[in-house]
Write a protein that binds this ligand. Structure first.
Ligand code: ATP
Ligand code: MG
Length: 244
């Protein structure tokens, strides 16, 4: 196995606040790594440092062995880093299909891809996440669960090698969560490596090969899910507290 992603001593400050503090980890090719931690722990910030929507204050991000910290988000997308957004902002006025086609044009296929091809790609991604029958609707007509799937379809349309999922199960019921878990398993079956942020412990435990825990921006645990979830420091920091 070789690492597709290597995060080395990455720190991100916002004014006086250290949102991510000296975090290091590797993600092996083909693995699903779960990222957990209390609200405000720095999870979304870490994903943004990997996808390039934020620059690190210190440290390095390597993708397939290449240092990428200075590359803008669109260049990282073309290298094969796709992400979903916790705050979903579908392009209003565009159909569900064209929202996903934008992902196809922005991502790995980018540049030369024509709109027609992008739409074909988008249709396949909508079918993949189970949104095929909503293709012609306006994106803003989708409810919360539909928007979560739309985020996944958009990210998949970028043809990522590494998919970063930021709370794609938040607000879903048990049946919907199981369906999204199945979609993520299908993504992995395509050989795509995945970093998944999730508060639903049962879901993250069943999906992840490894778990990372952030607390106040610091990595406090990294290892096999069972070991991490029974680590007293993790229980104290995270599991003992009620969410929101
Ligand atoms: N753009 C920003 N400017 C200033 N502070 C920020 C910014 N983005 C995040 N923060 C702060 O950084 C810390 C980490 O935020 P982050 O969104 O990464 O946490 P999180 O682990 O994703 O939390 P949640 O579980 O609520 O999504 C928080 O204190 C947050 O207020
Ligand atoms: Mg977050």
């Amino acid at each position: 196995m070789s690492a597709i992603l290597e995060v080395r001593h990455v720190t991100r400050r916002f004014a006086g606040l250290v949102a991510v503090s000296d975090v290091s980890f590797t993600l092996e090719q083909g693995d699903i790594v779960g990222l957990i931690g209390p609200n405000g722990a720095g999870k979304t910030t870490l994903v943004s440092l990997i996808s390039g929507t934020l620059a690190p204050s210190a440290g390095d991000v390597l993708f397939q062995g290449e240092q990428i910290n200075r590359l803008p988000a669109y260049r990282r997308a073309r290298l094969g880093i796709g992400r979903t957004f916790q705050i979903m902002r579908p392009f209003p006025g565009l159909t569900v299909l064209d929202n996903v086609a934008v992902g196809a044009l922005f991502g790995y296929g980018g540049g030369q891809a024509q709109l027609q091809q992008a739409r074909e790609q988008a249709r396949a991604c909508l079918d993949f996440v189970g949104l095929g029958r909503y293709a012609g609707q306006r994106a803003e007509e989708l409810g919360g669960p539909g928007r979560k799937r739309l985020e996944l379809a958009k990210a998949m349309a970028m043809q990522p090698k590494l998919l970063l999922c930021d709370e794609v199960m938040a607000g879903l019921n048990h049946v919907e969560i199981d369906e999204v878990i199945e979609v993520i398993r299908k993504v992995r079956a395509q050989g795509i490596s995945i970093l998944v942020i999730e508060h639903v412990i049962k879901a993250i435990k069943s999906l992840s090969d490894r778990l990372l825990v952030l607390h106040h921006g610091e990595k406090i645990a990294d290892g096999a899910p069972d070991a991490v979830l029974s680590d007293p420091a993790v229980v104290q920091a995270y599991l003992g507290k009620k969410r929101r």
